[in-house]
Design a protein around this ligand. Structure first.
Ligand SMILES: *[C@@H]1O[C@H](CO)[C@@H](O)[C@H](O)[C@H]1NC(C)=O
Ligand SMILES: *[C@@H]1O[C@H](CO)[C@@H](O)[C@H](O)[C@H]1NC(C)=O
Ligand SMILES: *[C@@H]1O[C@H](CO)[C@@H](O)[C@H](O)[C@H]1NC(C)=O
Ligand SMILES: *[C@@H]1O[C@H](CO)[C@@H](O)[C@H](O)[C@H]1NC(C)=O
Ligand SMILES: *[C@@H]1O[C@H](CO)[C@@H](O)[C@H](O)[C@H]1NC(C)=O
Length: 829
């Protein structure tokens, strides 16, 4: 029984041993089976830190049968280059010096397991070459091995990363600036099956190097049946190419010449109306025809038959432009290229694509930005630039551009070429655009139609003036709060013939840097002033500042807020500058005439001496500033123009004023306590010289003595205003005084003054002569007790009895006395 039992045990034991042996044999068989029939995705990978010896066979690995050996090390910053070893070969390494910034790659044929190619792509700089290569050169199920060096992520955008995902990458989206990355993938490999590692740089300059070795089987995992060819350009040609409806002469009135064929290119409108291309009287791209739509609509025409041979559209808004590039690479010499872009084509249009189109004759495509539209006829092999091209720019806030519709008779052989890059017909003012994006409220200046207008200074017209010092005389602009008006001032400065923007200074309150930036757009200088609340304070600081910027200058021209310059402003100043510098009794020149209403001025070549300095737009002498104003600006010159800017000085000297103003003050809108007065001054119809350049005829007679003699002569030779007629006018508040037809050129009226400075009679007369009469304000532009202006085409002189010119009154002429004056008009003194 026991023996039996032992035997049994032994027997059983023996059976167990046998079973174990069998099991081991089975396991080994399974193991070898696995080795022989490796499954997709089988791999083993080790960290290969330190001195891994790859110079031996199989990159220093012993791999299972059926698998291939690899060793990959990414670059370390810019210090150490990357290494890629495959089977028995070190293909990329620091020693070989065949690496570059970005992606370093080895391509392996999945069937023959041969190395097909070694490539570098600088994806820090651009991704398109890599995408194009992966699309066209990496066939079928090829393997790619990648090691990063330096920086590979910066220009690797959505499209480039998508391509690496099509090689099985799942980590590529996580890659950021200066991270390191290695990968082994296969074309078509389902995402996630690639061998890949990345390291983040965190707060270091560069991420650490990654170093891996191992073995992998081919295929590397499930291969998707997604047809990668779908990602290649879809080109309509041959039977695919649909012929649209007839469109005689493509919309032109007459047929083209014999050697030309008609073409119409239309960009469509906004994103709503689909673009069109017509060739040879047939519509070839349109809504529902040959896939016309967003992006680049492109058609190739055979130059011999003038028939379209290929049509394609590349949505370069949605997708990278490598397909466009691949397509353009297939063109043959002489192929005529028609293109129109629609909606947006610029977002993903690569620099390289634009270059390719430039080589087909475009001189404008490089300017294409968001939503800009463009039409083009070019030719492969063109030696120069086409003249059949147009571009239309979107607004700076992406407002839709004006659509383009162009008709061309295209020559079979492009002979109308320009050899030099032409100035684009449509200019894009990027400086102004960025200014307009930054600052709101520049209505006209930034309007879509105006924003690209070039800011150019007008050339000199009268060459005789060329060397005059006026063109070197500084012009200072003192802005107020109305920035649109400031733009108009600046624009009218730039329209002055001969203006040099380098002598124009924008004085800006340090709180409004936008005015300095505006000055940059115009090419003006800028000078910041400590912040002020009152405009008059800004003006004081600006005038003081002007002499520190231009210490050598003898005069400075000052432009106050809300001024428009007459076209001959500078020409006027040039002439008056000569008079003023010779005459020490003249303190300045005003380009604005207080009395320059429609009714009281009109003699473009006349210039007066007056005892009033209104400000607004004027020229000031430096020695006058130093003697009379410096350090006393607060007391002398802190009023606004309408209150007599420079009125507090005892003897302000004389000022030259034109009869017809050379600056226009924009109408007054704000409401101020003295609003009615301001409306009277600024909002009544005024004359500004818009009629070109006038030679001032009395420029030799403006020295004090000569001027006084001249006035005397004019008074002697004048007709006298009829007192009765004048009284009627004063009685009837609706009427004005009418000069009789028989009058001479000069008219004079002598009026009674109780004492020097009494202008009560004159004040009561103002309304009858169309002069401003507000309250009891003394009339402006008096000169030695006499008021001169131009009225109903006559020189009018109103001479007070205390005036030096009263002596010209003949004995038989009575002074005008207004009976009621004593009671109603307070005497001003
Ligand atoms: C690396 O391997 C090769 C071949 O197996 C051998 O000749 C060489 O000495 C090795 N180098 C090092 C540093 O071990
Ligand atoms: C890729 O596959 C196609 C057919 O699927 C074949 O014609 C072509 O030769 C293959 N290319 C390479 C490089 O293996
Ligand atoms: C003012 O002019 C200077 C010199 O041209 C320039 O460098 C500076 O940028 C300007 N200031 C502003 C705020 O634009
Ligand atoms: C002006 O009106 C006053 C009374 O209102 C009258 O006495 C005088 O005759 C009038 N003068 C003229 C010139 O009409
Ligand atoms: C005086 O007036 C007459 C007539 O208007 C004119 O012909 C003449 O030239 C004038 N003389 C002077 C010196 O102004």
């Amino acid at each position: 029984m026991l023996r039996n039992l032992r035997r049994l045990v032994t027997k059983r034991k023996g059976g167990l041993r046998k079973t174990l042996i069998w099991l081991i044999i089975l396991a080994l068989a399974v193991y070898f089976l696995i080795v022989f029939f490796t499954q997709p995705g089988d791999r083993q990978i080790w960290d290969a830190r330190g001195l891994w010896n790859i110079s031996g066979s199989k990159c220093g690995m012993k791999c299972p049968v059926g698998q291939v050996a690899f060793y990959i090390k990414s670059g370390q910053g810019t210090a150490v280059g990357p290494t890629i070893c495959y089977e028995d070969m070190v293909l990329i390494s620091p020693e070989k010096k065949n690496f570059q910034r970005g992606i370093n790659a080895v391509i392996i044929n999945d069937r023959t397991r041969e190395v097909m190619d070694i490539k570098n792509f600088d994806t820090y700089h651009e991704e398109n070459p890599m995408i194009k290569y992966l699309k066209t050169n990496v066939h079928n199920n090829s393997i790619i091995m990648i090691a990063s060096y330096d920086e590979m992520s910066d220009s690797l955008k959505e499209d480039g990363r998508r391509w690496l995902k099509l090689f099985g990458s799942a980590l590529i989206d996580r890659l950021k600036f200066r991270d390191t990355f290695i990968m082994i993938g296969q074309r078509g490999l389902v995402q996630g099956y690639a061998v890949e590692y990345f390291k983040s740089k965190f707060n270091k300059d560069f991420a650490d190097s990654i170093e891996k070795s191992g073995c992998f089987g081919i295929p590397m995992g499930p291969i998707s049946n997604f047809d990668l060819r779908q990602m290649l350009p879809r080109i309509k040609q041959g039977k695919d190419l649909k012929i649209g409806p007839d469109y005689p002469n493509c919309g032109m009135a007459a047929p083209c010449d014999k050697d030309r064929f008609p073409v119409m290119l239309y960009t469509g409108k906004e994103s709503k109306i689909i673009p069109q291309i017509c060739v040879n009287g047939k519509m070839m791209m349109d809504k529902g025809l040959n896939n016309a739509g967003r992006g680049f609509n492109l058609m190739i025409v055979d130059p011999e038959t003038t028939q379209p041979t290929m049509i394609s559209r590349f949505d370069t808004y949605g997708e990278d432009s490598t397909n466009l590039e691949i397509f353009l690479e297939t063109l043959k010499d002489g192929d005529i290229v028609l293109a129109t872009v629609h909606d947006d084509a610029s977002k993903k249009l690569s620099f390289f694509s634009k270059e390719m189109i430039n080589n087909l004759g475009s001189s404008m495509l490089q300017n294409l930005r968001f939503r800009d539209v463009w039409v083009f006829v070019g030719q492969k092999g063109i030696n120069g630039f086409t003249n059949m091209e147009q571009i239309s720019y979107a607004g700076y806030n992406a407002e839709w551009p004006k659509p383009l519709k162009q008709f061309y008779c295209v020559p079979k052989k492009s002979n109308c070429r320009k050899q030099i890059v032409p100035d684009p017909l449509v200019f894009r003012n990027d400086g102004k655009r960025s200014f307009c994006v930054k600052y709101d409220g520049y209505a006209d200046f930034c309007a879509v139609d105006h924003v690209d207008r070039k800011i150019v200074s007008a050339p000199i017209i009268l060459t005789a003036l060329k060397d005059q010092k006026i063109f070197k005389t500084p012009i200072i602009i003192i802005p107020g709060l109305n920035h649109n008006s400031l733009v108009r001032t600046a624009e009218s400065v730039m329209m002055q013939p001969g203006i040099d923007p380098a002598h124009v200074v924008m004085m800006w309150d340090e709180k409004f840097p936008e005015y300095a930036e505006l000055a940059n757009l115009f090419g003006f200088l800028n000078h910041s002033l400590p912040s002020s609340i009152k405009y008059s304070d800004i003006m004081i600081k600006a005038i003081e500042g002007a002499w520190t910027i231009f210490p050598e200058s003898e005069e400075v021209i000052v432009l106050e807020e809300e001024l428009l310059l007459a076209p001959d402003f500078l020409h006027f100043m040039a002439q008056t500058q000569l008079i003023m510098t010779k005459d020490t009794t003249l303190f300045g020149v005003s380009a604005w005439n207080y009395n320059g209403y429609d009714t009281t001025s009109g003699k473009q070549n006349a210039l007066y001496r007056v005892e009033q300095f209104p400000g607004l737009g004027f020229m000031l002498k430096k020695d006058v500033y130093i003697k009379k104003m410096r350090g006393k600006m607060e007391t002398c010159c802190s009023k606004r123009a309408w209150d007599d800017w420079w009125s507090e000085l005892e003897n302000p000297g004389d000022i030259l004023v034109p009869d017809v103003s050379r600056v226009y003050r924009e109408p007054y809108h704000a409401s101020l306590p003295d609003q009615d007065y301001l409306l009277e001054i600024f909002n009544r119809e005024r004359k500004t010289n818009l009629e070109g350049l006038f030679h001032l005829n009395n420029d030799h007679n403006l020295a004090t003595d000569k001027y006084n003699q001249l006035i005397g002569q004019l008074l002697k030779n004048s007709s006298y205003v009829d007192h009765t007629e004048l009284r009627k006018c004063i009685n009837n508040t609706d009427s004005v005084f009418t000069i009789p037809k028989t009058s001479r050129q000069s008219m004079s009226l002598y009026f009674e003054q109780m004492k020097v400075g009494d202008y009560s009679v004159l004040i009561s007369l103002c309304r009858c002569f169309g002069l401003y009469s507000y309250g009891n304000q003394r009339p402006k532009n008096l000169y030695r007790g006499m008021l001169r202006f131009y009225y109903q085409d006559h020189d009018m002189f109103l001479v007070g009895s205390k005036s030096i010119f009263y002596s010209y009154k003949p004995q038989n002429v009575e002074p005008f006395v207004y009976a009621k004056s004593a009671e109603n008009n307070p005497i001003l003194s």
